[in-house]
Design a protein around this ligand. Structure first.
Ligand SMILES: NC(=O)c1ccc[n+]([C@@H]2O[C@H](COP(=O)([O-])OP(=O)(O)OC[C@H]3O[C@@H](n4cnc5c(N)ncnc54)[C@H](O)[C@@H]3O)[C@@H](O)[C@H]2O)c1
Ligand SMILES: O=C(O)[C@H](O)COP(=O)(O)O
Length: 387
């Protein structure tokens, strides 16, 4: 029986996939597997029982990835599962950055039930006029699951779209419309675009990408959309840029005390992925990945361990070994099984950065003694007996 804890509300269509072999538990400390959206796990003590964390969504900056890797805890996310939800929100954001819809609506609401409201509107509406997006230059930073959809959709709105992603995947490149202009330097986006939208993960290298130096080279009156993470932007610099007119509007999905209520900032309560479709997609993908890992040891869409797929185990035993990606590990594993006259019928070894994962089908199955010997090998992080 595997124990599963949800740190956020996860769509039922996903949770319903769990069979009788799974039990939902309220306590994080009892869990073998955890499902999470944006709740932070950084300050939680990771229980010894924990084998896997699935982020039902894209960003994993709320999860201590290295700490998990060192403990052999696999962290999954659900690439692309909420990208359409975000794309549609970004298109709305483009329009509300171009047209003063938010200002206009707030003003009309402030008029209350004034019997003269219709006349007032006609008299004052010129205060809320805007521009169209057609023909304007849009820079898309990050051409992954979301960025590609945004770029293609903006192209259909007849915007001139520039894309920047030095690490673009082959899959994403195939999906990108041929009309998107390939930009090789981020500076080109900053210098030339009327609208800039950012779709990259938050990391040490991307944090603070929008700062006083980058604002300085942007066009006056640029509109910036942030549906990625708040700390990609230095708030103080953004506020200065808004005051000076360098930035006309900043639409962000990440309200924080620095930017809420600031003139020119439109804050949305992190709604990019909050559609029933995206929530369902993420939940189903996260649960399927957890189940395949818990039952078979297969890893798909992990952000801290390599992908590995040996299908369903039909042999007497299957064992998973998490270890450092260093020489002479496999020979020690096989020697351990050979000493006990155990036959290896299938095996896979994969690595990702400094970490590696070996999955072995064996006949007969492992014993506690063998597991103890494997755990004692220098460089082994964790051993999981799957069967
Ligand atoms: N607002 C929301 O509700 C919401 C929803 C989904 C994702 N997000 C955020 O958006 C981010 C992107 O989501 P996604 O699904 O497109 O992820 P993704 O992994 O599919 O794409 C990210 C892309 O960014 C590129 N990239 C990385 N570093 C870069 C850099 N320095 N410059 C340019 N490109 C760079 C990668 O090569 C990749 O193609 C997530 O990490 C998450 O933080 C927010
Ligand atoms: O990274 C993501 O997938 C988004 O920021 C969505 O987060 P949420 O699942 O908490 O809405």
């Amino acid at each position: 029986m595997f124990k599963v804890n949800c740190l956020n509300k996860i769509a039922n269509v996903g949770l319903d996939l769990f069979t009788d072999n799974y039990q939902m538990v309220d306590n994080f400390n009892d869990a073998n597997a955890v499902l999470v959206r944006s709740s932070s796990i950084h300050d939680l003590e990771l229980p010894h029982s924990l084998d896997a964390i699935a982020r039902a969504g894209a960003g994993v900056n709320n999860i201590p990835l290295d700490k998990c890797a060192e403990r052999g805890i696999v962290v999954f996310n659900t690439p692309g599962a909420n990208a359409n939800g975000v794309k549609e929100m970004v298109i709305a954001a483009l329009i509300i950055a171009a047209r003063n819809i938010v200002g206009g609506v707030n003003w009309v609401n402030s008029c209350g039930a004034d019997p003269e409201v219709a006349k007032l509107v006609e008299k004052n509406k010129s205060k809320f006029s805007g521009t169209e997006v057609k023909g304007k230059k849009l820079g898309v930073i990050g051409l992954g699951a979301t960025g590609v959809l945004v770029a293609n959709a903006a192209n259909k709105l007849e915007m001139e779209v520039y894309g920047y992603d030095p690490f673009i995947s082959v899959d994403a490149a195939w999906k990108l419309s041929k009309f998107i202009k390939h930009t090789k330097a981020l500076e080109e986006i900053f210098r030339n675009c009327d609208f800039i939208t950012v779709h990259i993960p938050l990391s040490d290298s991307t944090k603070g990408m929008f700062n006083k130096d980058t604002f300085a080279i942007m066009k006056d009156g640029v509109k910036i959309l942030n549906f990625s993470r708040d700390t990609l932007v230095i708030d103080e610099d953004m506020i200065e840029a808004l005051k000076s007119g360098k930035v006309h509007r900043y639409v962000t999905d990440f309200p924080n005390p620095n930017v809420c209520g600031v003139e020119g900032v439109i804050t949305i309560p992190h709604l990019g992925a909050s559609t029933s479709e995206s929530e369902d997609n993420c939940a189903v993908m996260a649960v399927r990945q957890i189940m395949d890992y818990m039952e078979n040891g297969n890893i798909k869409n992990s952000v801290n361990f390599p992908n590995c797929d040996m299908g369903i185990c039909t042999q007497a035993g299957r064992i998973a070994i998490f270890h450092k990606n260093i020489p002479n590990m496999i020979s020690q594993f096989t020697a351990t099984f050979a000493r006990e006259n155990i036959n290896i019928t299938d095996m896979t070894n994969k690595s990702k950065g400094q970490w590696a994962y070996s999955l072995l089908d064996i006949v007969p199955p492992s014993t506690d003694e063998i597991v103890k010997s494997l755990r004692a090998i220098d460089g082994v992080l964790k051993v999981r007996v799957i069967k």
